[in-house]
Design a protein around this ligand. Structure first.
Ligand SMILES: [Zn+2]
Ligand SMILES: [Zn+2]
Length: 346
């Protein structure tokens, strides 16, 4: 089968590889209908994940159709249409029982193989899904496949971020970084009845999309703080969701908050994390965020996808054949303003 494999920084090739097989009675094999490139895949593409094995098939955002199931899979049969969160979960361990599926004791992330251990990704024609009953979710027939795909990562991550920000009605919330997760977070924030939702980004094209989604655009430049203060009676934001994956920006984001405000950081950070922020720089602030338990949130994410389908379809900016995966990564990496989500079709 064809699969997009990482061979080193900026070196992604679509190779012919052996099809995956059922390795455990709880496995399923899924024909991929469509996969997507996530901003976090770009970290790998650029070589910022030095422990990843060369030859790893990338991709953790996908929807597909069941090709085969192991003897112990009870919930799915061949032909079922499914979506997957970006990581697997058993549904039975202590963290899973609490809904913390991202911390599953048996969980693995798609597209992550290191030292010969791990799970191949879904930018391929076929993908193996361990713990199929705990991981996979049936896809609603009436929803376009691409919107179900968003529910597995971008939309569930957005809901996670807004939950973590713990907004109260009437508050002012900002989203710093209007990539796919940020744009989805602008929509999720509106469910909490805020006074206003501000979108902060340097790209005019992304700000235009944010405005279309109902947010007030704030260009990320030297006047950003001034503009935010002017809209919040000089106070600053009650909460800010940071999705950029840039530690310096996360640090700068503290300055946009009111005293005691909440910073929720969900970006995948290169070389550090928002946890490295100096506490003395924002007295009384709440710092939250982390890795989303997408499996728990998929149901709510699908509801939101259904309610705002027209808005979310606009975020899917590019569709390319899997065979052009290298060009697709290069395009997304260059971040032309209108490139929000690149879909790959086997
Ligand atoms: Zn992702
Ligand atoms: Zn578990």
């Amino acid at each position: 089968m064809k699969a997009a494999r990482w061979h080193g920084p900026y070196d992604l090739r679509v190779d012919d590889v052996d099809e995956p097989r059922l390795c455990d009675p709880r496995d399923a094999l899924v024909y991929v209908d469509v996969s997507a490139i996530c901003a976090s895949d770009l970290h790998v593409w650029r070589g910022h994940a030095p422990t990843l094995d060369r030859g790893t098939i990338l991709g953790h955002e996908f929807v597909g159709e069941i090709a085969a199931v192991g003897a112990d899979v009870a919930g799915f049969v061949p032909g079922d249409r499914v979506l997957a969160p970006f990581s697997t979960s058993c549904g039975g361990c202590e963290p899973c029982a609490r809904g913390e599926t991202a911390c599953c004791e048996h969980g693995q992330t798609f597209g992550w193989v290191s030292g010969g251990r791990g799970l191949q990704g879904a930018q391929a024609e076929l993908v193996r899904v361990p713990l199929a009953d705990g991981t996979l979710v049936s896809r609603p027939a009436e929803l376009p496949a691409e919107l179900s795909l968003l529910a597995g990562d971008a939309l569930s991550s957005a809901l996670f971020a807004i939950d973590a920000a713990a907004l109260e009605p009437g508050q002012s919330v900002g989203v710093l970084g209007c990539g796919t997760v940020g744009l989805c977070a602008l929509v999720a924030a509106q469910l909490e009845r805020p006074l206003q939702v501000l979108a902060i980004d340097a790209s005019p094209a992304r700000l235009a999309l944010a405005e279309r989604l109902g947010a007030h655009p704030v260009p990320l430049d030297e006047r950003a703080l001034q503009r935010i203060r002017a809209r919040t009676e000089g106070q600053g934001l009650d909460a800010l969701v940071e999705t950029t994956g840039n530690v310096d920006l996360a640090r700068a984001a503290l300055g946009l908050l009111r005293p005691g405000g909440t910073l929720c950081s969900v970006g995948v950070h290169d070389g550090g994390s928002a946890a490295h922020l100096p506490p003395e720089s924002a007295p009384g602030m709440r710092l939250t965020g982390g890795r989303c338990s997408a499996r728990r949130l998929v149901g709510r994410a699908l509801e939101l996808a259904r309610a705002r389908a027209d808005d979310f379809l606009v975020l899917l900016s590019h569709r390319m054949p899997l065979g052009e995966a290298h060009s697709a990564y290069a395009l997304f990496d260059r971040h032309p303003g209108g490139c929000t989500k690149v879909l790959l079709q086997p």
